[in-house]
Design a protein around this ligand. Structure first.
Ligand code: NI
Length: 251
């Protein structure tokens, strides 16, 4: 069984004490690839550093909507061309916390979409309470290779995303009691989803509240397989193949 962790922040300080041991453990436990995600200048650089150190770690670079006011287009364009950088992200809109003004978030999101299209790279979208605006900005720029990371929309929005040919990514939130993801997990075509942890955040049940790590992907896999009425092995494989196709990594 091969597992692709498509969204982690292993450069964050929560991993300072045991980063190396943890990464080793992941690679000994079926995890084939880890995509480490940047959210600002510092974490983009740190993600690339991790990717340079480990063969099977790759990096994504982008300015998170929280950090939109610090956006630097030249920085992203330059870092995106590093051989271990395989996506632009996480980028998007966050109207839940609104840590940057909305108009700046939108402008910076659009500029980064344009860079991704120019470089022919997939886009990892952070969308919190901003479904329609994310959809509109991506659509009007004709973005093709798009994943909604930690999907949080309803079924109608999921259908719209799927009709566009975009992907849906599931985190540990699917294991929560108040999760309303069951129908979305059922309706998503088998070639349009993959999985992630968003470590160190969003630990799945029964680890909720603790630091998350890629090792907890098993809970996400189990929950999805239970809902779709298939085996965990099947879900791990589908997610792996879909993510390899999406990020153009060899299987
Ligand atoms: Ni994230």
């Amino acid at each position: 069984m091969k597992i692709f962790e498509t969204h982690a922040h292993l450069d964050f300080p929560q991993f300072d004490k045991d980063r190396e041991q943890l990464i080793k453990k992941c690679f000994n436990k079926d995890i084939e690839y880890i995509l480490n995600i940047g959210v600002d200048k510092k974490t983009c650089n740190a993600s690339i550093k991790l990717a340079e150190k480990y063969d099977r770690i790759y990096a994504a670079v982008g300015f998170h909507p929280h950090d939109a006011t610090d956006f630097n287009a030249e920085f992203i364009r330059r870092k995106a061309q590093h051989p271990k950088v395989i996506a632009i992200g996480e980028i998007g809109l966050d109207y839940y916390r609104n840590l940057s003004p909305k108009d700046i978030q939108k402008k910076v999101f659009e500029q980064q979409i344009k860079i991704a299209l120019e470089l022919n790279m997939p886009i990892i979208v952070h969308d919190r309470d901003a479904h329609e605006d994310c959809y509109d900005i991506l659509s009007r720029n004709n973005a093709i290779n798009v994943v909604f990371h930690c999907f949080s929309g309803d079924e109608v929005f999921a259908q719209k995303v799927i009709e566009k040919g975009w992907f849906i990514s599931f985190t540990g939130t699917v294991t929560y009691k108040n999760s309303n993801m069951e129908n979305i997990i059922r309706l998503v075509p088998e070639d349009k989803f993959f999985i992630e942890t968003d470590s160190p955040y969003l630990s799945p049940h029964p680890q909720r509240g603790k630091r998350n790590s890629p090792l907890n992907l098993q809970y996400v896999i189990e929950k999805i397989s239970e809902i779709r009425g298939t085996t965990p092995k099947n879900i791990a494989e589908l997610s792996y193949i879909n993510a390899c196709n999406f990020f153009t990594l060899s299987k």
